[in-house]
Design a protein around this ligand. Structure first.
Ligand SMILES: Nc1ncnc2c1ncn2[C@@H]1O[C@H](COP(=O)(O)OP(=O)(O)OP(=O)(O)O)[C@@H](O)[C@H]1O
Ligand SMILES: [Mg+2]
Length: 273
């Protein structure tokens, strides 16, 4: 897939590829017309994410985390500002970066059962993104599905023929992660992937993400999480959102050890209660 002409960044190679951030948001603002309080969901947000980087977005409920990742993925449109994927605008379906982003990104949601069709076997759900990008050969699809399931710690022989109703929350979330990575995305986005999973199974999800980080060093990861223990294990960098604005960002160690903003300090204090 990566050899496909659409993935070649107009011929840019190596260091040149890295000079263009994988994801860039520049002065992005958003206000929902149906917003109950009339507040801006995002105000003047700018950020860049490089190939292979792992970035956590943290912030309280309603701070704009999901809105931000949805705009970065072209699933929601900003009122103003620019979002680019590999230097190409991602505004709507007609934008040059939009299709590339669809093919090269995976999304993991809080509730895994929203990503898995209840009528489909795990094998079919995990294979679906391959079908969408035109990979249909039975052997290639089966090998990719098995490999993706193995990477998230699910034994293919046991799980391929199961249906979502036969899975625990933790198993379903790992199947949903397998689905998100099966096509070898350059960007994986996870929005609170552990918060709907029972505590005992969270460790397996965390281990799946940790294993993916080392197996796929070129894949960028954006994880929304309020679990600072998870953030510490997964992310190199943290972006703190408060009422739609980035109040602070920096290396994980710097933000967690020496938070500068009072809001970040409160978030960290609340997490240690
Ligand atoms: N589709 C929508 N219509 C109207 N308002 C919305 C919509 N989506 C989000 N909002 C509002 O935008 C703000 C940011 O919401 P968002 O879902 O991005 O927050 P969040 O940080 O992901 O919160 P949570 O931690 O609860 O998931 C909130 O005030 C929310 O009510
Ligand atoms: Mg959210």
């Amino acid at each position: 897939m990566k050899g496909n002409a659409e993935f070649s960044n107009d011929g840019l190679q190596g260091a040149a590829v890295d000079s263009v951030p994988m994801v860039r948001a520049d002065h992005v603002s958003k206000r929902f017309s149906r917003s109950v309080d009339g507040r801006q969901a995002l105000c003047d947000v700018s950020l860049q994410i490089k190939r292979g980087e792992s970035v956590a977005i943290i912030g309280g409920s309603g701070s704009g985390k999901s809105t931000l990742v949805r705009i970065l993925l072209g699933l929601e449109t900003a009122d103003s500002g620019v979002v680019e994927f590999r230097g190409k605008p991602v505004r709507d379906k007609r934008s040059p970066g939009w299709r590339a982003l669809r093919r090269e990104s995976g999304l993991v949601l809080q509730n895994p059962f929203t990503s898995l069709d209840p009528r489909w076997s795990v094998a079919r759900s995990v294979a679906e993104p391959l079908r969408v990008i035109g990979i249909r050969g039975h052997t290639a699809v089966a090998a990719a599905v098995e490999s993706a399931l193995r990477q998230v710690g699910l034994e293919a022989g046991r799980f391929m023929t199961r249906y979502p109703i036969d899975l625990s929350g933790g198993q379903a979330q790992r199947a949903a992660i397998a689905r998100a990575i099966v096509a070898g995305p350059a960007l994986l986005v996870a929005d609170e992937p552990m918060s709907a999973i029972d505590v005992a199974a969270r460790l397996q999800i965390l281990e799946a993400f940790t294993a993916l980080r080392s197996a796929r060093p070129d894949m960028a990861l954006i994880m929304v999480s309020h679990d600072l223990g998870v953030v510490r294990r997964i992310a190199e960098r943290i972006i703190v959102l408060h009422e739609g604005c980035i109040v602070e960002s920096g290396s994980t160690a710097a933000i967690l050890e020496h938070p500068q903003h009072a809001y970040t300090q409160r978030l960290i204090e609340a997490a240690s209660l």
